[in-house]
Design a binder for this molecule. Structure first.
Ligand code: ZN
Length: 252
C-alpha cells in the first residue's frame, strides 16, 4: 500500500491517509509501533503529507508512538502544524524532547503520561505552566513529595483535575494539592501514602514503578484511619480499596 498506491494519484494518496489516520482531529501515531523498520520512514512521509495538506486547526488530540522514537525536528514539525491541540496523551519514558513543542500548544487543556517518571517533573511542569496557561487536567505517575506538589500548585493555577494513579506520595503533598483553589478531582487510585523518609528510599531505588517497590516493615497510610480526617473534604478523591485491592494489598 505504501509503495504503490501513493504514487498513482492524489485521490489514492488521500485514501491511504484515511486508512493510516482514520479519525479527523486525532493524530494517533501508535500504529507506527507495529510496523517493521522498513515501513516506518514511509509512514513518516505520509504523516508529513497529512500535516501539510489538512487544516491545522482540526488537530485536537496527539498520541505519540510508544516505542518508535520521534526525532526532535519531527516533534517540532507536528507542534507547528497543530496549534489548536487540546489533549496530549504521552506513553513514553523520555519527555524532554517534547518540551520545545509546548510554546506551540498554548491551547492544551489536558496532559497525561501514565509512565512512571524516572526524573524530576519540574522541567515539564514549568513548561506546562509557562506556555499552557489553561491546562485543566494533568495525569502523572511518580514520587511526589511536598516540593513537587508545591511546584505543581504554583505553576498550574487552572488545574481542575489531577490524576496521580500508581504514584507514591506524602500526606503533606496531598494536603498541598488539597489547598489548590480550582482543583476539584484527585484520582489517587493505587497511590501509596508514605512518610517523607520512605519516599527518599523510593528516589534511590527509582527504576521501576514506585508503588511496586516493597520495603519490609513499611506500611502505607490508610485513607480512613490517617488521611480522611486531614483533607478538607471539598474535593472529590478517588482511591482504591487499599488492603482489599489486588494491586496494593501488600503495602498495608
Ligand atoms: Zn490499589
Amino acid at each position: 500500500m505504501f509503495y504503490s498506491i501513493s504514487r498513482v494519484c492524489k485521490s489514492w494518496c488521500s485514501a491511504v491517509l484515511d486508512v493510516l489516520f482514520p479519525s479527523t482531529g486525532l493524530l494517533d501515531l501508535t500504529k507506527v509501533d507495529t510496523y517493521p523498520e522498513c515501513l516506518r520512514k514511509e509512514y513518516m512521509r505520509f504523516l508529513k503529507i497529512l500535516l501539510d495538506t489538512r487544516p491545522k486547526a482540526q488537530w485536537h488530540t496527539f498520541v505519540p508512538p510508544h516505542t518508535v522514537w520521534l526525532k526532535e525536528h519531527a516533534i517540532l514539525y507536528i507542534a507547528q502544524r497543530s496549534p489548536c491541540l487540546k489533549f496530549l496523551h504521552m506513553n513514553i519514558l523520555r519527555l524532554d524532547p517534547y518540551h520545545m513543542a509546548f510554546p506551540y500548544w498554548k491551547n492544551l487543556k489536558e496532559y497525561s503520561c501514565p509512565i512512571f517518571m524516572l526524573r524530576g517533573s519540574s522541567d515539564l511542569i514549568s513548561c506546562l505552566g509557562n506556555y499552557c496557561k489553561n491546562l485543566q487536567h494533568l495525569g502523572l505517575c511518580g514520587i511526589i513529595g511536598s516540593e513537587t506538589a508545591s511546584f505543581i500548585v504554583k505553576h498550574l493555577l487552572e488545574l481542575e483535575s489531577l490524576s496521580l494513579k500508581k504514584s507514591s506520595l506524602t500526606l503533606d503533598a496531598l494536603l498541598i494539592f488539597d489547598g489548590h483553589a480550582k482543583l476539584r478531582i484527585l484520582d489517587l487510585e493505587h497511590c501509596l501514602f508514605v512518610d517523607a523518609e520512605v519516599l527518599k528510599l523510593f528516589y534511590r531505588r527509582a527504576g521501576v514503578k514506585a508503588w511496586l517497590l516493597k520495603k519490609p516493615g513499611t506500611k502505607a497510610k490508610k485513607w480512613n484511619e490517617e488521611i480522611h480526617e486531614k483533607v478538607s473534604g471539598n474535593k472529590r478523591y478517588i482511591h482504591c480499596e487499599e488492603a482489599l485491592c489486588l494491586e496494593c494489598s501488600w503495602a498495608y
